[in-house]
Design a protein around this ligand. Structure first.
Ligand SMILES: NC(=O)C1=CN([C@@H]2O[C@H](COP(=O)(O)OP(=O)(O)OC[C@H]3O[C@@H](n4cnc5c(N)ncnc54)[C@H](O)[C@@H]3O)[C@@H](O)[C@H]2O)C=CC1
Ligand SMILES: NCC(=O)COP(=O)(O)O
Length: 334
């Protein structure tokens, strides 16, 4: 299935997702992986006109038509949204259809009609208002995949790979939710994925401390010694090349980056700030631990840019290319 088309979701209809899909298709080359967008063809055509993109669209009902159509027109798998989508103005009325597009993409990849899922950004607050009960794609995709699936968020760029052990929770909750078991499970899934999906035979994992100076021997916080150090010991006992807890402030400069393949950080901003600072455009969000490949741009809905033509396609392009590479690698390994 590695050369099946990629299923691209629209994300927030009032955001930049559709602009990016149109923009990427418009600058496609022979090397661009074929993809189809799950969306309303009329809505996509209207956005193309607004953007001044002379994109040909092919409405499709069967994703298998996408590969043949792609060189000549952007294949759009028909998907209805109940409310008009005004760029920059999310409407919770479109929330269920936004989530349904993700659900459809997963069903298609699991049926073998798509090689991977590439999601455009969702406006999380708007989906919460519409009743969406998951923090984001990561947890929703895991829920769609089965009861025992533990998802791990990886942000990957040529410069750096990072994994937040805790993801979308309030900062005050981090010390409460951080456990040795959670760190070990996250690290195991990460190590397996770096081998399988990125071809790194012996991945080197650097685990950041939670507190300043990794706790300074307990004087600046006890979690580093009590929770993270035992996780590192357990991982090393299993043969995983893990180091830490390491002070986070000196973990991301160039020489430090040469000493590991991935950093596991203890909370979202500890690792997303460095990667988005180093490489906002080349970064890709990947969900590890799923029975299929899922990638996404690392940025959000960029509401103020929707419909303006100013949104950069780079991160979606990187997400599409990484999805293709990962799905090919998995197919070859089977
Ligand atoms: N995978 C997903 O579904 C993600 C969703 N989000 C959601 O996106 C919404 C907005 O989040 P923000 O924190 O404002 O982040 P954001 O990434 O949408 O915007 C941050 C800044 O980057 C700029 N930017 C983002 N994408 C760009 C692009 N393609 N080209 C040029 N400039 C771009 C924006 O204009 C803004 O100045 C939130 O609801 C958040 O939850 C955020 C990250 C990932
Ligand atoms: N900050 C990363 C992010 O929001 C991505 O979340 P998800 O929707 O991919 O789970």
């Amino acid at each position: 299935m590695s050369d099946a088309p990629l299923a691209v979701t629209p994300g927030e209809p009032a955001g930049v997702g559709v602009d990016l899909a149109l923009g990427l298709w418009a600058v496609r080359t022979a090397e661009t992986p074929a993809f189809f967008l799950i969306d309303d063809p009329e809505r996509v055509a209207a956005r193309a006109r607004l953007l001044g993109i002379a994109a040909a669209l092919t409405p499709i009902d069967d994703p298998r038509e996408a590969v043949t159509a792609f060189p000549n027109a952007l294949p759009v798998l028909r998907h209805a949204f109940p409310a008009q989508s005004v760029p920059g103005r999310p409407d919770p009325a479109n929330g269920p259809a936004t989530v349904d597009a993700i659900t459809r993409a997963v069903a298609l990849v699991r049926a073998g009609d798509a090689a991977a899922v590439v999601t455009n950004p969702i406006q999380k607050e708007t989906l919460y208002q519409a009743g969406f009960a998951h923090p984001g794609h990561t947890e929703y995709l895991a829920a769609l995949s089965g009861p025992n699936v533990v998802p791990v968020m990886l942000l990957a760029s040529p410069e750096l790979k990072v994994v937040p052990v805790t993801i979308h929770i309030p900062l005050a909750e981090v010390p409460r939710q951080l456990t040795t078991g959670k760190i070990v499970t996250t690290a195991r899934i990460t190590a397996v994925a770096l081998q399988r999906d990125f071809g790194i035979a012996q991945p080197r994992l650097a685990l950041a401390g939670l507190n300043p100076h990794a706790g300074e021997g307990g004087a600046l916080g006890r979690e580093d010694g009590d929770i993270i150090a035992p996780a590192v010991a357990a991982l090393r006992a299993e043969g995983i090349d893990a180091r830490g807890p390491l002070p986070a402030d000196t973990l991301f400069h160039e020489e430090a980056r040469a000493t590991y393949d991935v950093v596991l950080g203890m909370y979202h901003d500890q690792v997303l700030v460095p990667i988005k600072t180093l490489d906002f455009w080349g970064g890709v969000n990947v969900t590890l631990g799923l029975p299929f490949v899922r990638t996404s741009p690392d940025h959000g809905t960029a509401l103020t840019l929707a419909g303006t033509g100013k949104a950069r396609i780079d991160s979606l392009r990187a997400a599409v290319e990484l999805a293709r590479a990962m799905s090919r690698r998995r197919a070859t390994a089977q």
